[in-house]
Design a protein around this ligand. Structure first.
Ligand SMILES: [Zn+2]
Length: 298
């Protein structure tokens, strides 16, 4: 990784743009909860949520980070959502990524983790390789509702591909995987919320860096004091409480040391609304392409 740091330094010294990717947030549905459910010590105020697939575009290829809610979500929920969690996990205005992408080729989908609301759309991309760590693959194999939905990951044919991290430190994480070999998109392990949860650093041409942290936190409010989710949400969603708390402390430290880094929780509508949604790209002029899901996109 030293060579990449040197490359970035040389690029900046030469006045050239550092390697970058384009990023677009594909909002596949929205929802609402209460702050006090999402984060310990949160308020009773309504907290808007989103279900997002992240489109990452690089000259070497495009990928999705998570698949969001897909075309079969209603049937998947009908088949596998337990009655007692349904009221807490509602969604509205579903608009699957495959519909919005309108035929765009997606060779690779990398999961932040395999919870139902991140993998629902996999069925819509049967030709895509779906990248998970071996720990997450085992979690999928043994998991049950409400965390893992068999109708999403066992019934349809999915081209799973397991990957490993390299022993290369990246911004405080001991291991990483540089997806394009130039530091523009780098995965790091974030085990806790699930055994194989991962985060994704991306560097944009604007110079801004975004850190997609999956469901380690549900709102950036959690970074203030490194707060865990509420008691109920932890029981419902976090696989390993201590490991998740450790990840949150590390995130809070990164946030304090790198205020220019935008941390993006997978469901944080307050953060993602500001970044904008597909067909717009983050930090780029508005797209002339019309939105195919006017209800889902403000
Ligand atoms: Zn989750």
């Amino acid at each position: 990784m030293k060579s990449i740091r040197w490359l970035l330094l040389l690029c900046s010294l030469a006045g050239q743009a550092a390697p970058s990717v384009r990023v677009a947030l594909i909002k596949t549905a929205d929802a609402e909860t209460r702050g006090m459910l999402a984060v310990a010590g949160g308020s009773w105020d309504k907290l808007p949520l989103v279900y997002t697939a992240v489109l990452v575009s690089h000259p070497q290829g495009e990928l999705l980070f998570d698949a969001g809610l897909g075309t079969q979500v209603d049937a998947q929920v009908e088949a596998d959502m337990p009655w007692w969690t349904g009221p807490f996990l509602r969604y509205q205005h579903p608009c699957p990524a495959v519909r919005q992408l309108a035929g765009r080729k997606i060779p690779r989908i990398i999961l932040s983790h395999a919870h139902w609301d991140h993998v629902s759309g996999l069925v819509d991309f049967p030709d895509s390789e779906v990248w998970v760590t071996s720990a997450e693959r085992q979690f999928i194999a043994s998991g049950t509702p409400p965390t893992i939905f068999p109708s999403q990951v066992h019934t349809p044919p999915i081209k799973w591909r397991e990957y490993s991290f390299a022993p290369q430190a990246w911004l405080g994480y001991q291991q990483s995987l540089d997806l394009f070999g130039d530091g523009s998109a780098v995965l790091v392990p974030m085990a806790g919320h699930t055994p194989g949860s991962v985060g994704l650093f991306t560097r944009l041409a604007s110079g801004r860096s975004l850190f997609f942290v999956g469901d380690t936190i549900w709102t950036t409010q959690a970074l203030d004091g490194a707060r865990e989710k509420s008691w109920f949400a932890r029981q419902l969603a976090d696989n390993d409480r201590d490991a998740t708390a450790s990840q949150i402390r590390q995130l809070a430290q990164i946030a304090s040391e790198m205020p220019q880094l935008q941390i993006v929780p997978a469901h944080d509508a307050a953060v993602q609304d500001k970044l904008g949604y597909y067909p717009n790209w983050v930090d780029e002029p508005p797209s002339k392409q019309p939105s195919l899901c006017p209800k889902a996109i403000p």
